[in-house]
Design a protein around this ligand. Sequence first.
Ligand SMILES: Cc1cc2nc3c(=O)[nH]c(=O)nc-3n(C[C@H](O)[C@H](O)[C@H](O)COP(=O)(O)O)c2cc1C
Length: 402
Amino acid sequence: MRGNSVLLIIGGGIAAYKSLELVRRLKERGISSRAILTAAGSQFVTPLSVSALTGEKVFEDLFSLTDEAEMGHIQLSRSADLVVVAPATADLMAKLAHGHANDLASTALLATDKRVLMAPAMNVRMWNHPATQRNVKTLKNDGVIFVGPNDGEMACGEFGPGRMAEPDEIADAVERALSEKGGALSGVKALVTAGPTQEPLDPVRFISNHSSGKQGYAIARALAEAGAETTLVSGPVELVPPARVKLLKVQSAREMLAACESVLPVDVAVFTAAVADWRPEIAANSKIKKTDETSSRALNLIHNPDILATISRGKKRPQLVIGFAAETDDVIAHAKAKLVKKGCDWIVANDVSPHTGVMGGDRNTVHLITAKAVESWPELDKREVGTRLAERVAQTLHGQAA
Ligand SMILES: Cc1cc2nc3c(=O)[nH]c(=O)nc-3n(C[C@H](O)[C@H](O)[C@H](O)COP(=O)(O)O)c2cc1C
């Protein structure tokens, strides 16, 4: 850990005194700290103590001419390897969850290009409040890492979750976050597709499917968290893109193929999207009118390009091409046939029959099919499927057996 540094933001809570100890614990591990003290934080610990322990000037004011001349607030936000907020007050979490930037701490949190680790500390009712819990969820979704809070007796005399994690626990979490900085997939370029495609019939109608995009988004998140430079090509879905992932939004299969090709070359591509196999031969320029109440109307469908096969067999083929097979019967047999037909390296097969709840749900039961073997994974949260797949990708790209 030697040579690493953190930007420590000390918020306004009683637990601020523990952050002084945290600075010492980090120093013992070879990690240096530079601190921002909020106005409320300075009611609990003095800038002098923080400065004496960090051995650095303490930053407090967004509009300080001298500070800005010495180190601009944007530069300050990026000056360290990790941003640590301890204690993370309910207020600081709310500000970051909603994108506020009205003081130095919140501005630095919004401007940083580094990971953020929060150690919350607050009264148990403040922690359990639905507003705080909503903010925690949003922040986790945005990639913020949390340590604690722990259960215990509070300074206010109440008991429950809300005590800030101990300095050693926070220092452990800092080390973990710093070691993930150069993750198993750092230096790797990844492409992921997700969601359905929509194939227009006219300006107001389209053919599509029930894909929610959750599995593809979870895979993109896991690859990015493992350090891969990840682009997510997504059909129309209602999901928040994961942190540190470049999002390209598309509507139709042809747009999805063009977007994927624009991202090549990559090292690994995961084709999770439920691409429509067919599209209406003619997409009318204006709304098709219901002219006759009685007669039926034929819809002529033509094949869409096969994105997986096109990229698997293309000149810029990624080193590892992974397809998804959504099946409703003979899942493994169909997936094995698809592996050969499409020329990809692996197929992740899942049963999307309505009774499984996979389409739109949060859980998935998949089989990983390679040229050599079929590996059946237990039912997992889609995020866990993403994490496992990212681990397998890392092993394979680093030369270990798939
Ligand atoms: C004695 C005292 C203790 C406080 N302790 C906490 C705390 O542990 N956690 C918290 O979220 N807010 C606590 N607050 C409220 C915050 O100080 C207040 O919300 C402040 O605006 C936070 O500012 P900051 O987020 O910029 O540091 C406390 C307030 C007082 C007066």
